[in-house]
Ligand binder design. Sequence first.
Ligand code: GLY
Length: 318
Amino acid sequence: MKVLLVGNGGREHAIARALVRTSTPEHPVALVVQAGNPALEQLGRSLTMDPLDPGDVVRRATSENVDLVVVGPEAPLVAGVADAVLDYGIPVFGPTKGAARLEASKSFAKEIMADAGVATARSFTCTTMEEVSAAFDELGAPHVVKDDALAAGKGVVVTSDRNEALAHGLACLAREGGRVLVEDYLDGPEISLFCVCDGATVVPLAPAQDYKRLGDGDAGPNTGGMGSYSPLTWAPQDLTEQVVTTIAQPVVDEMARRGSTFIGLLYCGLALTGQGLRVVEFNVRFGDPETQAVLARLTSPLAGLLHAAATGRLHEAR
Ligand code: GLY
């Protein structure tokens, strides 16, 4: 199978490594990768490509005659890369722009969770500082303030300092069309579970945890993740089954019901609270750096799994 991998960070290197390592002589994998990362370039033929330009990605996919396009980061998905590749009839692992709203708009994700009956933190979507302030009064500290839109890992502030929380709210609202979510604080360890989806069937990978805070001893501001590990020996035995049954499958079904079929990786960011599992966030792509830990443990062929998802045949792979 010939695979074009979009994106060239550490996450894409981990995906590429797993694609190559889990290939078999009967099902070999040839990789075409995005130039710019010397480690990634060792794993396949490299091409320069603008990952945010759907037309450019389509040109590469068609000229290379690939069987599958795998999109690593969220920005190309939000830019419509999957839609453009699908228009050319090439299977793509990654959601359309519409389905990528599960990550691109936190208020949209909340709406889907409400309709799908998925447990998450109580929240207010605010467009003015008066609303932000009222939400702080209602929910109390610690304050959880999230930019509604994509913010490259810098959109979330969790603090008991009301002035700091207000300043973040103000910064988010200052952007054109800015909206901010103020949420209840979810107390408990966080877990990331990756679910491979074909629009109907959900296949979970192994749970992982990332280290969110910048400094040693869990100190400093939140980041996109400073490192990660898997397996989670302390997590409940039925964690994965619980997440699939009560979170991932209902969300995939709700997206299908709305005509916005979700194909790709549904990253369930969860908190294990005293009241049970709660969704912290969804992402629509492999997590970084959890992918580095999770895919290193995978033994079954990754290319076959992602191709089955992209072509609606995941029930055969389960
Ligand atoms: N590690 C968090 C993320 O990938 O968004």
